[in-house]
Design a protein around this ligand. Structure first.
Ligand code: NAP
Length: 482
C-alpha cells in the first residue's frame, strides 16, 4: 500500500462527501481547502428569502446519513445547510477544512500536485478532488446603465440582508427557480414588486407539506423507513423526470406539460396575464420550476409582471422598451450563473504544462464528468456535462465519488502511480454525448443554461440508470495507468 495525500477543493456538499469517503476507506491524510469561512457551498451562498430545494429532502440527503428531522417535503435552505454542517461534524471532517483558503493554482509536477492558495499557502498532494460546484459564479446581466442604479442592487445568490425591503418598491429580473421562490417569499412584505420576465416558465404546482412531529418520531425510531422512502422517491424521480428529459417524446414529459398548463389555467384568471405567462416551448426544455404559490403571488395587487423588454437601467429604476420607467428602491438580479466555470478561476496545469484553460478554451469537457486527459490523479465531482439537470446532485456526487475511489484504489495498491483518462476515450465520449443529446428535451427550442456555445446540452444525455451503470465500475481500458 502506498500512503497517499489528498487535497479536496471546496467544502460544499461534494467536498464534505469526499472527505468522509476517503476517511472511510482508511485514507486519512486529507486536507479540504475552502475559500469561505463556513462550509455548505451553494447552501451557504444562497440565502435569498424563500430558498428551498426542488428535490425532496429525503432524497436530497446523503445515502449514508438519512435525516429524521426534515421539517418539509422540500426543506428550506437553512435546514439543508444545518444538515450538511451536522454531517460534517458527525463524521469529524469539519476539522480537516482549511477555511478562508482559496486555491489559486494547481500544478502537476510529474508526480504530485502542487497547490497554492491566494493567501500564499502551499501544499502538495498525490490526488486532488475538485468539489468546486456548478452554479456558483453569479451571472450579471449586461444591461445598459446597470451600474448607474441609485438604490441597492444585488444578485440573488449574494443577498444583501442589510437592505430593508419591507414596504419598498422592488424590481426582480429573471424568472428562473431563484426568482420564483423569491417572489413567493417577498410579495406580502414589500410595497410593490415588479418582476421582469424575458421568457415565461413552465411551473408545476407540487405541494410542500410539513413533515409533522409524529412522522419525524417514526423516522427517528425506524431509520429503515427513511431508507425505504428515499428509495421510493428516487424511483419516482428517475421514472417521472430523469428518464423523461433525455427522451423529448416521452409520455412523462407530455404529462408534466399537461399538469403545468392546468396549473396555469386553473390559477391565473386574467386571460392577458395567462397569455404572458404561457411558455411557447416544451415543458422540461428549460429547468422545470416547482412552485405551488407563484401564480397566486404574481396576481397580488402589489405585484406586476413586466414582459416588455428591458432597454436600460437608470438611477431611478428600470426602463422598458415601451418607454415606461419602473421606479424602484431596490433591484434584485435573479439572472442565473456562469455555468461553464467549474473549478476555474483556479489556474490548473497538468502533465507537460498543459493548461486546463486551454483544454477548455471552447467549452469544458470531462470524461464521465470526472476526468480530463493530461490531468492525472485529479477527479471532479459534479464536473462538466454530468447529470446536473437530471437528478439529485448529492446522489450524482456519491456515484462519482464511488467511481473515483476505484481509480484511487489503483494508486493506493500501487497498481500505478498515475491515472488519467485517455484522449481517445475522451473524444469518443464527447462524440457519443453529442449524438445522444439530439434526443433530449433540452434541444427542443428554448434558451437555457443547459446549452453550451454550440447549442448542445452540457448535460448527461442518457438515462440515470445508464449513469449509475457507468459509475459502478470504471472501464480501465479508457484510462492510462502509468
Ligand atoms: P436561471 O434558471 O438561469 O434563470 C435566470 C433568469 O434570468 C432567466 O429567467 C433569464 O431569462 C433571466 N435573465 C438572464 N439574463 C437576463 C437579462 N439580461 N435580461 C432579462 N432577463 C435575464 O437562474 P436561477 O433561477 O438562479 O436558477 C439556476 C438553477 O439553479 C436552476 O435551474 C436550478 O437548477 C438551480 N436552482 C434550484 C433551486 C431549487 O432547488 N428550488 C432554486 C434556485 C436555483 P431567460 O429565461 O430568458 O434566459
Amino acid at each position: 500500500m502506498r500512503d497517499l495525500r489528498f487535497v479536496v477543493v471546496g467544502a460544499g456538499m461534494a467536498g464534505i462527501l469526499s472527505a468522509i469517503k476517503l476517511r472511510e476507506a482508511g485514507l486519512t491524510d486529507v486536507t479540504v481547502y475552502e475559500k469561505a469561512d463556513r462550509l455548505g457551498g451553494t447552501w451557504r451562498d444562497n440565502t435569498y428569502p424563500g430558498i428551498s430545494c426542488d428535490v425532496p429532502s429525503h432524497l436530497y440527503s446523503y445515502s449514508f446519513a438519512p435525516n429524521s428531522e426534515w421539517t418539509h417535503t422540500f426543506s428550506p435552505g437553512p435546514e439543508i445547510l444545518a444538515y450538511l454542517e451536522d454531517v460534517a461534524r458527525q463524521h469529524r471532517v469539519d476539522t480537516l477544512v482549511n477555511f478562508g483558503a482559496e486555491v489559486r493554482r494547481l500544478e502537476y509536477d510529474g508526480s504530485r500536485w502542487r497547490i497554492e492558495t491566494s493567501a500564499g499557502g502551499y501544499d502538495e498532494a498525490d490526488v486532488v478532488i475538485a468539489a468546486t460546484g456548478v452554479l456558483h459564479h453569479p451571472r450579471y446581466p449586461d444591461i445598459d446603465g446597470i451600474d448607474r442604479f441609485a438604490g441597492p442592487m444585488f444578485h440573488s445568490s449574494r443577498w444583501d440582508h442589510d437592505v430593508e425591503l419591507a414596504g419598498a418598491r422592488i424590481g426582480l429580473i429573471g424568472t428562473g427557480s431563484s426568482a420564483v421562490q423569491i417572489v413567493g417569499a417577498l410579495v406580502d412584505s414589500v410595497g410593490e414588486l415588479r418582476l421582469f420576465q424575458r421568457t415565461p416558465q413552465w411551473i408545476l404546482a407540487v405541494p410542500n407539506p410539513c413533515i409533522d412531529d409524529a412522522d419525524r418520531a417514526r423516522y427517528r425510531a425506524d431509520p429503515a423507513a427513511m431508507v425505504e422512502l428515499r428509495r421510493e422517491l428516487g424511483t419516482g424521480f428517475v421514472e417521472g423526470f430523469s428518464d423523461a428529459v433525455v427522451d423529448a417524446s416521452s409520455p412523462q414529459l407530455k404529462m408534466l406539460q399537461r399538469l403545468s398548463l392546468a396549473n396555469l389555467e386553473d390559477h391565473v384568471s386574467d386571460p392577458v396575464l395567462r397569455g404572458k405567462l404561457r411558455p411557447d416551448y416544451q415543458a422540461g426544455c428549460k429547468r422545470l420550476i416547482i412552485s405551488p404559490s407563484f401564480y397566486d403571488a404574481i396576481q397580488r395587487p402589489n405585484a406586476r409582471l413586466i414582459t416588455e423588454r428591458i432597454c436600460g437601467v437608470e438611477p431611478a429604476g428600470v426602463r422598458t422598451i415601451d418607454g415606461e420607467l419602473h421606479r424602484l428602491d431596490a433591484l434584485v438580479l435573479a439572472t442565473g450563473f456562469r455555468v461553464d466555470r467549474f473549478l476555474r478561476p483556479i489556474e490548473v496545469i497538468g502533465r507537460g504544462g498543459v493548461r486546463l484553460d486551454e483544454v477548455w478554451a471552447q467549452r469544458p469537457i470531462a470524461y464521465m464528468a470526472v476526468s480530463v486527459p493530461d490531468f492525472p490523479n485529479l477527479f471532479m465531482l459534479n464536473g462538466p456535462n454530468g447529470p446536473v439537470g437530471n437528478f439529485s446532485l448529492i446522489d450524482v456526487a456519491e456515484a462519482q465519488m464511488a467511481y473515483s475511489m476505484q481509480l484511487i484504489d489503483l494508486l493506493h495498491r500501487q497498481r500505478c502511480r498515475e491515472v488519467s483518462v485517455s484522449r481517445r476515450a475522451m473524444v469518443r465520449f464527447e462524440a457519443d454525448r453529442a449524438e445522444a443529446a439530439k434526443n433530449t428535451v433540452w434541444v427542443t427550442g428554448c434558451r437555457s443554461w443547459y446549452l453550451d456555445d454550440r447549442g448542445l446540452p452540457a448535460v448527461w444525455p442518457w438515462t440515470f440508470t445508464r449513469f449509475r451503470e457507468a459509475m459502478a465500475r470504471p472501464v480501465l481500458a479508457d484510462y492510462e495507468l502509468v
